[in-house]
Structures are given as structure tokens and as C-alpha cells.
Design a protein around this ligand. Structure first.
Ligand SMILES: NC(=O)c1ccc[n+]([C@@H]2O[C@H](COP(=O)([O-])OP(=O)(O)OC[C@H]3O[C@@H](n4cnc5c(N)ncnc54)[C@H](OP(=O)(O)O)[C@@H]3O)[C@@H](O)[C@H]2O)c1
Length: 372
């Protein structure tokens, strides 16, 4: 019996990894693609294990939709491909999708709205507001309650839904008391425009103040095996308050997947070109970190992306990573991480190895205590 389980799990990882490499059609992919399969979906989505973000239940891994529009890593992919990609994600059992008003601006929400429209009520969409947008350009922060309410209306239209499942304040503008932001979110929830609310990149004290006015479902901040600043009090505060945690950048912008080497360089339009971590010096110092990731992924019989995501999932039961991908193959690979288990001894060993390594271009732990 035990042998059976292991061989099934091996098969699962092998399929997911091969799908990642574009080598095979997994049974779920074979269900078809695009609109033709939609009526079939209601009863056929494989159940991925779920996790709770406060009172919101979602698939244990979500899909980040930021790079479905240009502005961060890649040029804008064809919209019909992203619509099909979103629908395939639902076929595969993903029920949690992350976007924001400023991605584009608006373009990511538009594609998410179109792609997920047939699944209204079956999946959960999170979006973020709180930046000024003028003439199609992102400007400064704006946490003004009336502006937030107006922004939420725009999100609802683009997402083609009546209620936003999880509405985050993208970045807090400290000129507006956080209690007033919570008040605006309370009004939006009372009006049925949002079901839950969250914050992004705030310090533990700010999270506490906000939560005291209106329980926060989730905090979304950067976290992965390389960038671990939230381990300084932030995760503990979430645990104490019952707030879920959504790590953005869970593969460290693809670094942890082993996609790059020390000769990799980025286009000026790629956000990574501006980050010291991904500079020539950064790669020289940071690349050997991947030996740890490679060693452990080989030992577990999984890919580096799966190992990195599984490691995050193993840190706390209320963590739901949202790897961003424009590739159905990468998505198939990433959700395979939900099947990976670690022993306590393995986690301790991994922890000792990563803490021993000094990375260039990561944040200092004290910055976790300051709103970003
Ligand atoms: N709250 C915030 O301030 C904030 C900030 C940034 C992002 N976010 C959210 O968090 C999400 C994830 O963050 P992120 O996109 O910055 O970082 P990420 O998920 O760590 O990395 C995304 C990059 O990794 C690549 N990738 C994903 N899976 C892969 C795999 N299995 N193998 C190889 N490459 C893979 C993607 O390329 P492909 O497209 O080719 O797969 C993409 O270039 C975003 O989509 C967005 O929704 C929030």
C-alpha cells in the first residue's frame, strides 16, 4: 500500500515536471483547452488541497496574473492565450487568482475578468487598489477612503463580477490613518462590493491597528527561500491574529526555478534589470545558493520550482503562494508543489543550509518592521 502511494506520487511529480518541460499532455491537460471545455468544468476540476486566509478558503497555490500584461518581466502575451491559460488553470483546480488595478494599469484585471467570467462563483479573485492612475500611468499612493471606493468600482467592472473576493490595499499611504482605510473597506464590504480585505507590505503594528477595526483576511508581502525578511515578526503577527499570508515573488522572480545562470542579463524593460540581486555581481554571489535548491529538489525527486514553493507551504499552514506565470506548463509544474511533504528533520537541515548563505541584494531584517 505504501509502495503504491509512493509510486503514484512519483508519477504525479514526473508528469507535472514533464508538463513543465512541455514534454507530455497530463490527463488534466488532455481534457481540452479553451472555451470548448467550459460546460464540462463544473464537475471535472480536480480538487487541489485548500488553505484558509482568514475566512476565505482557496486552493493552496494561486495564480499571480501580474505578468499577463507588460510592465514587469515580459512583453504582453497575446490576450487569447492568457484567457485560455486562466481557463486551464481552473481546469487544473486553481481557485485563487491575484491581480491589481495598477498591473497594466487595468490590463491584467481586464484579462482576468474575461478569462474567469465563465467561472463566477466557483473561484476567488483578489485585486489591489491604492495607487493614483493618471492618463494610463501609475502615479503615487492614494489611500483616501473616497478614492478607494471609486477604485473598487472600476475593479468590479473590469473583473466582470459583483463582489471582489479579496480586496487589498496595495501600498499604504501613511498620510491617511490606517483606521480610515479599514473604515472604507468596511463600507465596501457592507455594500457587498468586497467579501474580505487585505494589506500588502505593511509592518506588524500597522497590521494590528487595521485588524482591530476590521478583521484582515490576508497580508501579501514578498517571501521566498532567498528573501525571508517577513520571518522577522510578520508571520508571527499573522499567526497570532489569524490573518492569512500570501507570499508574492514566491520563486524570487524565477531565480529559484534554476532558469538563469551567471551569464543571464535582463532587458531594460524587465524589472529584474534594476535589482542588485540580478546584477552581474548579484548573480556571482547568489548563484551558488541554487546548489542547495538543486540538491534538495533532486533528493525529493521534484523540480526546483516545486521545491521552492513546497518549502514556503511547509513554513505555515496559512501561507498561500501565488507564483506568477504566463505558461500553462509552468502552472502545471507549480501546483505539483502541493503534494510535496517534508519531515521536521529535513526542514531543519534546509533551514541551516539557507541561513548559512549570504545573499547579495536581499532586504535587512529590520525593514520588516517598517511599512514599505
Ligand atoms: N503585493 C505586491 O506588491 C506584489 C508585488 C509583485 C507581485 N505581486 C503578485 O505576486 C505574483 C507573483 O509574484 P512575481 O510574479 O513577482 O514573482 P514569481 O512568481 O516569483 O516569479 C514570476 C516569474 O517566474 C517565472 N516562473 C513561474 N513559474 C515558473 C516555473 N515553474 N519555472 C520557471 N519559471 C517560472 C515566470 O515566467 P513565466 O511567465 O515564463 O512562467 C515569471 O517570470 C504576481 O503575479 C502578482 O500577482 C504582488
Amino acid at each position: 500500500m505504501k509502495h503504491q502511494t509512493i509510486s503514484n506520487r512519483r508519477e504525479f511529480f514526473r508528469n507535472a515536471a514533464m508538463a513543465g518541460a512541455g514534454l507530455v499532455m497530463t490527463p488534466t491537460l488532455a481534457m481540452g483547452s479553451g472555451d470548448d471545455t467550459i460546460p464540462h468544468l463544473k464537475n471535472s476540476s480536480p480538487a487541489l488541497s485548500t488553505r484558509k486566509l482568514g475566512g476565505l478558503e482557496v486552493s493552496g497555490i494561486g495564480l499571480g496574473c501580474m505578468s499577463m500584461i507588460a510592465g514587469t518581466y515580459n512583453p504582453t502575451p497575446p490576450k487569447d492565450e492568457m484567457v485560455a491559460h486562466l481557463r486551464k488553470a481552473v481546469e487544473r483546480g486553481v481557485t485563487f487568482f491575484d491581480t491589481a488595478e495598477v498591473y497594466g494599469p487595468h490590463g491584467s484585471e481586464e484579462v482576468v475578468g474575461e478569462g474567469l467570467e465563465p467561472f463566477k462563483g466557483q473561484i476567488k479573485i483578489a485585486t489591489k487598489i491604492g495607487f493614483e492612475i493618471q492618463n494610463g500611468q501609475r502615479r503615487g499612493r492614494n489611500s483616501n477612503p473616497e478614492s478607494l471606493k471609486k477604485a473598487a468600482e472600476g475593479c468590479l467592472k473590469r473583473l466582470r463580477i459583483e463582489t471582489i473576493d479579496l480586496l487589498y490595499l496595495h501600498r499604504w499611504d501613511p498620510q491617511v490613518p490606517i483606521e480610515d482605510v479599514a473604515g472604507a473597506m468596511k463600507d465596501l464590504i457592507a455594500a457587498g462590493k468586497a467579501a474580505h480585505w487585505g494589506l500588502s507590505e505593511v509592518a506588524p503594528d500597522t497590521l494590528r491597528k487595521a485588524h482591530a477595526v476590521l478583521p484582515v483576511a490576508a497580508l501579501q508581502s514578498e517571501y521566498n527561500m532567498a528573501e525571508r525578511v517577513v520571518e522577522n515578526q510578520i508571520l508571527d503577527t499573522c499567526e497570532e491574529l489569524g490573518v492569512g499570508f500570501v507570499p508574492w515573488g514566491p520563486t524570487h522572480r524565477s531565480f529559484l526555478t534554476g532558469r538563469f545562470n551567471e551569464y543571464s542579463r535582463f532587458d531594460d524593460l524587465d524589472r529584474r534589470s534594476q535589482l542588485p540581486f540580478f546584477s552581474k555581481e548579484g548573480f556571482e554571489q547568489n548563484m551558488p545558493f541554487l546548489r542547495i535548491v538543486r540538491k534538495w529538489s533532486q533528493a525529493k525527486g521534484i523540480t526546483m520550482a516545486q521545491f521552492s514553493l513546497a518549502w514556503l507551504l511547509a513554513q505555515k499552514p496559512f501561507i498561500v503562494p501565488i507564483p506568477g506565470t504566463t505558461s500553462p506548463q509552468h502552472l502545471a509544474e507549480n501546483i505539483g508543489a502541493l503534494e510535496v511533504k517534508f519531515t521536521a528533520a529535513e526542514l531543519n537541515e534546509i533551514r541551516a543550509e539557507i541561513e548559512n548563505f549570504k545573499l547579495l541584494g536581499v532586504r535587512a531584517p529590520e525593514t520588516a518592521l517598517v511599512d514599505q
